[in-house]
Design a protein around this ligand. Structure first.
Ligand code: B3K
Ligand code: ZN
Length: 885
């Protein structure tokens, strides 16, 4: 499919929302499926909703129109216009059945939006992806989420080439046709928007499970995949069953069809898709086996399976009125998914990982030119708004609101939301109103969080008055300007806090004006204005505040802690998240010391000493220790500097790691490594995962100090690894410590996993993230590998995405050569798949903060791409925003 040459398309604005003029009560779709050509007959029961005389306007792109009928009668071509964007018909009745017949071409659809082919012509299968606006590539329709219709879908296809036929809804008959074809029909009783439509057709195998919902419905669960990978779907089935039970318990939500299908594909633009009754997954988030998946991948499969399932209520039963409300379903569903994962695994670790992700992905997004509110006010291309801000920050907003209502209040509010808006297309205002009304509170102040971009800075300052036995915490907030939005308003910021005495005790918190009854030692205060003093009484000594416990609001905390104060929190804080956080802040101060070459306040010493003593503590949990041993990453650390100098940040962080290694001691590290290595197993329980996590960190630390010794251990670990987590970790350490020894293992891995695309992706990714000036040449060798393929989104992400996102020194080399190479590839990809090129294009978001000459060179690369003729709207939108065009 050619790139859409419509980069000048006008912006769509939230403020200009108008209700749909036409409703579709029922739609009947009839597909005659073929790889090169598919015919689609659509019968829409249309009725006018207001605006008499308004024409009928239906969306439709890349459709070959064959026939139009009104109430069964052919319509002369003079009565309609079929243009590039859709079909317009004047002088139509107020109520009628419109039938269209169109032809589409799945095999040339490289954008993977609409109906396309996954895999080869001979053996691959057909599938659809409609969110956000892919349905218009299948048939003419009002392709907007506030038009909800009931769907009846009939699929017809050659029975040998397409033995399995699936669409969303309950099965409603199937049979043979005279000409070697067969058919199957599906009826979905729940009205849904077009973006939730899906079909799949081809050779697929399945695993199944009989499930009975809490309210007594028998449901057949089927996971489908190609024959060679079907055995790797059992973990996903297990996760699906646990997700369904969890949603019944935690939210009282039951599944609502007789069947639920999940399908795996290797050709997918994103993670997965929650189509009603027929979820489609990128294989990366569905397949898992110990030999080829890491522990993190198991966690991702569990989380994404849950996420897509949870959408059945938060997104499908209650959908979005328009795409500006995207976070209504995505932020909420991420929050539900995070809560599920926290319940299934360690809640403290989960919180640490989620906040780390927010800081790694969302904070930089919000600090650069692509910054936008959780509910954007306008867009040129909606696919560019499936961002960390809409998803991850959106989830943090739900978490804040849930926290303010308490567990039972939030559940009461969610029940009210689902009840009130079931079968409707809702807004974020509706969500806040339902939650607020159910609890008798006004949540409208939180709307400002949805409307305002940028990460608020929360500044704190404490002062102790021994005479009055009083501690005053002064809090203030400020949100820096973001593109197009200078003036920022104060937001309600819930701050969960505790006060620590110097011996590590938490003090009772009685605030000024409160009675002397037993006071809690943790509480939440809300800063609603630009600044305020919070006064705590009966405080007999100076204290160290533990602020924003559990990361109670998505802000950057600026509190001028002395290294000794952070060391105290790192030692005593019982909030698992804040304990880790104290370590991160101390590590960041230690990093500053390494970068500047001066450690006037002894931060590096305080951090390494604290971590070394925790390391020696035998009661310490392996998983938390692994996290504590890991300082913030290069991207986060670079964000602390006024100018981003990737090479300097990398060197200073390496120095920080080697200082820590020296403090702990090579002997101690090697001894701990030996103990962990001796316990190696392929088990998947939490203890085994924690062991692997810690073993990896310990080996990496050793590598920072004694690379040769670490390389020997890594080589042995690669040879003996019982599963992928240990194998891949060993390979990564080896590749950083001994290039020659790594080369033979990389070749071995390449051959061993030649027929496993997901394992090969990791092979590309690992090498793409190796730092330094040699990275570009390595990448260029890798793209010559026969397994590299510009058409496959996973492969492109694992080479180019990993390079641009996880390899700052390699990507930002000072001669700009990597930018030039990247831009060339981006243009090639853009002609095939605009969603993928646009996503990669966001790698330039931070260009303006780079040091020279990188800053100028990055801008030049962006400008060169902008000048390219035929750029897609997707990529043009990203590039224009990146350079403020
Ligand atoms: N809703 C889909 C994402 C669709 C992306 C369209 N460009 C997956 C999810 O968030 O669950
Ligand atoms: Zn989602």
């Amino acid at each position: 499919m050619k790139a859409r040459n419509d980069s000048a398309a006008p912006a769509v604005r939230l403020a200009q929302y108008t209700r749909p003029t036409w409703r579709v009560a029922h739609v009947e779709l009839d597909f005659s499926l073929g790889i090169d050509e598919t015919e689609v007959i659509a019968r829409l029961d249309l009725s006018r909703d207001g605006d008499p005389g308004a024409p009928l306007e239906l969306d439709g792109e890349d459709l070959e129109l064959l026939e139009v009928l009104i109430d069964g009668d052919p319509v002369a071509p003079t009565r309609y216009t079929a243009g590039e964007r859709g079909l317009v018909m004047h002088e139509v009745p107020d109520q009628f059945v419109l039938t269209t017949r169109v032809r589409i071409k799945p095999s040339t659809n490289t954008a993977l939006e609409g109906l396309y082919l996954s895999g080869s012509r001979e053996a691959g299968f057909l599938l659809t992806q409609c969110e956000a606006q892919g349905f218009r590539h299948i048939t003419y329709f009002p392709d907007r989420p506030d038009v909800l219709a009931r769907y009846t879908v009939t699929l017809r296809a050659d029975a040998r080439r397409f033995p399995i036929l699936l669409a969303g809804g309950n099965p409603d008959g199937s049979g043979e046709l005279a000409d070697g074809r067969h058919w199957a029909r599906f009826v979905d009783p729940h009205p849904k928007p077009s973006y939730l439509f899906a079909l799949v057709a081809g050779h697929l195998e399945r695993i199944s499970h009989d499930y009975v919902t809490a309210n007594g419905r028998a449901v057949e669960l089927h996971i489908w995949a190609e024959a060679d990978v079907i055995d790797r779907c059992h973990y996903a089935m297990d996760a699906l069953v646990r997700s369904m039970r969890w949603d019944e318990k935690a939210y009282g939500r039951n599944y609502d069809l007789d069947v639920f299908h999940v399908v795996a594909t290797h050709d997918f633009n994103m993670g997965a898709m929650e189509n009603k009754g027929l979820n489609i997954f990128n294989a990366k988030y569905l397949l898992a086996d110990p030999d080829s998946s890491t522990d993190d991948e198991y966690l991702h499969v569990e989380a994404v399976v849950a996420h897509e399932y949870f959408h059945n209520w938060s997104g499908n039963r209650v959908t979005c009125r328009d795409w500006f409300q995207l976070s209504l379903k995505e932020g909420l569903t991420v929050y539900r998914e995070q809560s599920f994962s926290a319940d299934m695994n360690s809640a403290a670790l989960k919180r640490i990982e989620d906040v780390a992700l927010l800081r790694r992905a969302q904070f930089p997004e919000d600090a650069g030119p692509l910054s936008h509110p959780v509910r954007p006010a306008e867009y040129r291309e909606i696919n560019n708004f499936y961002t960390a801000t809409v998803y991850e920050k959106g989830s943090e907003l739900v978490r804040m609101i849930a926290g303010s209502l308490g567990r039972t209040g939030f559940r009461r509010g969610m029940d009210a939301y689902f009840e009130r808006h079931d079968g409707e297309a809702a807004t974020i205002e509706d969500f806040l109103a339902a939650l607020g009304d159910a609890n008798g509170v006004d949540l409208t102040p939180y709307l400002a969080w949805y409307a305002q971009a940028g990460t608020p800075r929360l500044r704190g300052r404490g002062s102790f008055d021994p005479g009055q036995r009083r501690y005053t915490l002064h809090l203030s907030q400020e949100t820096p300007p973001t593109p197009g939005h200078g003036a920022k308003q104060a937001l309600p910021i819930p701050v969960k806090l505790a006060l620590f005495a110097s011996d590590g005790r938490m003090l009772p918190l009685r605030m000024q004006g409160e009675s002397r009854q037993a006071a809690a030692d943790e509480r939440v205060i809300v800063l609603s204005h630009a600044e305020r003093d919070f006064v705590f009484e009966d405080i007999g000594e100076d204290v160290v505040p533990s602020l924003l416990r559990g990361f109670s609001a998505p802000v950057m905390l600026e509190y001028d802690y002395a290294p000794t104060e952070l060391a105290l929190l790192l030692r005593y804080d019982v909030d698992g998240f804040n304990r880790w956080e104290a370590g991160q802040q101390l590590a960041a101060l230690a990093f500053d010391a390494c970068l500047s070459g001066e450690d006037a306040h002894g931060a590096a010493d305080a951090w390494t000493a604290s971590i070394a003593s925790i390391f020696a503590d035998p009661s310490m949990d392996d998983a938390l220790l692994a996290e504590l041993l890991t300082p913030p990453g290069e991207i986060e650390l670079a964000d602390r500097q006024p100018r981003h100098d990737p090479a300097a940040v990398h060197a200073a962080r390496q120095q920080l790691l080697s200082r820590l290694a020296m403090r702990v001691g090579a002997g101690t590290l090697a001894a701990r490594y030996a103990t962990l290595f001796a316990r190696a197993s392929a088990d998947l329980d939490a203890a085994a995962q924690a062991r692997r996590r810690l073993q990896r960190r310990v080996l990496d630390l050793l590598a920072a100090m004694e690379p040769a010794r670490a390389a020997t251990l890594a080589a042995r670990q690669y040879e003996t690894a019982p599963g992928m987590t240990d194998r891949l970790a060993a390979l990564a350490t080896l590749a950083r410590t001994d290039e020659a020894a790594a080369a033979s293992r990389l070749a071995h891995y390449r051959a061993r996993y030649d027929d496993n695309p997901l394992a090969l992706d990791k092979w590309f990714m690992l090498q793409a993230s190796l730092p330094g000036d040699g990275a570009l040449a390595r990448i260029q060798r890798l793209e010559a590998d026969p397994a590299f393929n510009l058409k496959n989104p996973n492969r492109v992400q694992s080479l180019m995405g990993a390079f641009a996102r996880t390899n700052p020194t390699g990507f930002h080399r000072a001669d700009g050569a990597a930018y030039g190479w990247f831009a060339d590839r981006l243009l090639q990809i853009d002609a095939l798949n605009p969603q993928v090129s646009a996503r990669l294009g966001t790698a330039f978001n931070g260009w303006a903060r780079l040091v020279e000459p990188q800053r100028e060179l990055a801008r030049a690369a962006v400008n060169r791409m902008q000048a390219h003729e035929g750029l897609s709207r997707d990529l043009a939108d990203i590039l224009d925003r990146v350079v403020g065009g």
